[in-house]
Design a protein around this ligand. Sequence first.
Ligand SMILES: Cc1cc2nc3c(=O)[nH]c(=O)nc-3n(C[C@H](O)[C@H](O)[C@H](O)COP(=O)(O)OP(=O)(O)OC[C@H]3O[C@@H](n4cnc5c(N)ncnc54)[C@H](O)[C@@H]3O)c2cc1C
Length: 406
Amino acid sequence: MEKLETIIIGGGPCGSYTALNLAEKNIKVAVFEEHEKIGLPTHCAGHLSIEGLKNLGLYPLPKEVLENVFYGAKFYSPSGREFLVKFNEPVTCIVNREKFDEHIANLAKKAGATYFLNSPVKSLIIENGKVNGVLVQQNGKKLRFMAPVIVDAEGANAKLLRQTYLESQSRGAFVYGFQMEVEGVEDLDPNVVEVFLGKEYAPGFYAWIIPKKEQRAKVGLAAGKGNLRELMHKFMHKHPAASPKLRKVRILRESIHPINLGGPIPKAYSDGFLIVGDAASHVKPTTGGGVILGLNCAKIAADVAAEAIENEDYTAKFLSRYQKRTMKLIGFDMKVMLTMRKMLNQISDGGLDRLLGFCRKIRLEKTVKDIREIDFQGRIIIREATKPGVLAFAVYLFMVYFFSKR
Ligand SMILES: Cc1cc2nc3c(=O)[nH]c(=O)nc-3n(C[C@H](O)[C@H](O)[C@H](O)COP(=O)(O)OP(=O)(O)OC[C@H]3O[C@@H](n4cnc5c(N)ncnc54)[C@H](O)[C@@H]3O)c2cc1C
């Protein structure tokens, strides 16, 4: 095999997008994926902003990847109170995550990246404090692969990261997501996603119904505590707004996976080593969405790795520019989203009822109708804050939060 310049651990979207950006710069890159097929097993709803994908050069998507597009979202309080935000054009979409991951991997392969499937990385090879390579299990043998830059894209569990001195996100910041694909959903508007707020059904997060075609949907919830199956059963059979839609569904697939809501890990680089995607916790603490922000940071990782190769400098000092650039891009938004997550977690179910009632009363949907980009939420808040409706909402939110805390 030719001498490698970069190794990527994990063939998820962030690993493959890093590989794609490196291969496009003619850098020799190999991706090691533990499973025998890219994209499987899936654990994600695949709900993504169209603007976010466009900015990454990934939209329009191939037909087999795109499952549906949405003009807005309907929010429900625990007692079933609704608040609908709808736009004139599609703002988000849902992708088949298996096909989406495959699509990015295929782009990377076409650009020149090499993929090794069925190849779990068992450990990092660390020499004199520098990550120099990986030990990979292939066909019953343990093989060493070396490269000057190793990119860790192993996802939320981030087991290999623990081999380094770098801090991974504490388990306290995790919620666990229960995701299902179902058929036979009733009374669903195929043009909007549905979000169900409240501690009673999803403590520490929310539940969702994302319509696909032909009465199929992705249904899920995540929670920081409680038994996920019991919560899901209660959501499907007792929630005043969700249960009439879900009572008769047939479950086609299900999965459980962690989501890290703690904001980015404090340091996502060391000598010869960069961390991307869920492993670096580049995930929105408000919604748990990690694809768009993760891909944005993966692109920065590829740029920095390429610069390191050009300068033959793989030191932590050189690679620290990855941290600087990613934090410049997402740092402020992450701080705002972390605060929002903390506030949402504090608000009582009664408070959420009042909040959604207030949104309807002031017709907030009319004020926010120009928002297209939903990933960098800190910036959106700053931009929209001067609008009277948004200001009124913010004041009311603080009041509800304050009185929920007491
Ligand atoms: C229930 C749920 C719903 C979600 N819904 C959304 C959503 O709607 N929108 C959104 O943007 N985000 C969503 N997310 C988050 C999203 O799934 C992640 O942010 C995204 O998958 C991160 O991509 P990644 O490439 O960093 O990690 P992953 O997609 O987890 O990929 C990591 C890859 O590394 C491989 N791997 C791990 N360890 C090794 C090893 N030692 N050796 C080799 N390979 C290894 C894995 O097999 C996997 O292929 C959801 C998450 C959950 C749990």
